[in-house]
Design a protein around this ligand. Structure first.
Ligand code: GDP
Length: 224
């Protein structure tokens, strides 16, 4: 089984002091409400309802953590952050988003990568640009441009190139940034994004461990 297919709910965090202390690497998923973030997480993990749409009441201002890896020995966390839509929400909600998700993205030490889910037809919006500014400069970021099935090939290529160029300009040369086209309808980009996330979480070694849980572990030694 692939590493991401082992994802299961771990915990919900509504305040920074509740963040897990287990030191596992974390990959965060961010995006405007309705961009397609829950659909993307569910496709990556090959699950129907692991992550819920940001319209689900009560989940809007919390970080939801999902363990990946063997049941008794998780190797990483996927973190679903509240969908944002600053322009449409009251000031108090925006402040709450910044106090939790904004500070998490900017200062969380175990955070090894950020997946920004954006509707390919809108490319990056002002809200996405503000989001990118929250992410610490050294944290790798990939933009998953979803709903790619709504554009033809040429339009998709143009949108991808424009977003890549914009991310490079926004983040600067020392900040790793990447972008890919994605679609839950036809699976475009699913394997590429899964590869990026699994690589951030520890690469093939972690995936191999998830597969190897039933085999006896060899003692470490020269050649191990
Ligand atoms: P969230 O609010 O960002 O979690 O967005 P959802 O995952 O709930 O998706 C919002 C809407 O976009 C839903 O109606 C989805 O079915 C639709 N959607 C999500 N991804 C895609 C996609 O790749 N292609 C198309 N055509 N629709 C999508």
């Amino acid at each position: 089984m692939s590493l991401l297919a082992t994802a299961r709910f771990h915990t919900t965090v509504a305040a920074l002091h509740q963040l897990p202390r287990d030191g596992l690497p974390e990959v965060a998923f961010v995006g405007r409400s309705n961009a397609g973030k829950s659909s993307a997480i569910n496709l990556l993990c090959r699950r129907r309802r692991l992550a819920f749409s940001s319209r689900t009441p009560g989940r809007t201002q919390a970080l939801n953590f999902f363990h990946v890896g063997p049941a008794d020995r998780p190797v990483g966390e996927l973190v679903d952050t509240p969908g944002y839509g600053f322009a449409a929400v009251p000031h108090a909600t925006r402040e709450a988003w910044q106090a939790l998700a904004g500070r998490y993205l900017g200062s969380r030490v175990p955070l090894v990568g950020v997946v920004l889910v954006a509707d390919v037809r809108r490319r990056l919006t002002d809200l996405d640009r503000r989001l990118v500014a929250f992410v610490a400069p050294g944290t790798p970021l990939v933009a998953a441009l979803t709903k790619a099935d709504k554009l033809n090939r040429q339009q998709g290529r143009e949108a991808l190139a424009a977003v890549l160029a914009e991310l490079a300009a926004l983040r600067g040369p020392g900040s790793p940034s990447h972008a890919l086209l994605f679609s839950v309808l036809d699976g475009t980009g699913r394997d590429e994004l899964a590869g990026v996330v699994e690589n951030w979480l520890g690469g093939l070694a972690a995936g191999a461990d998830a597969d190897a849980e039933k085999k006896p572990r060899q003692p470490d030694g020269p050649g191990a």
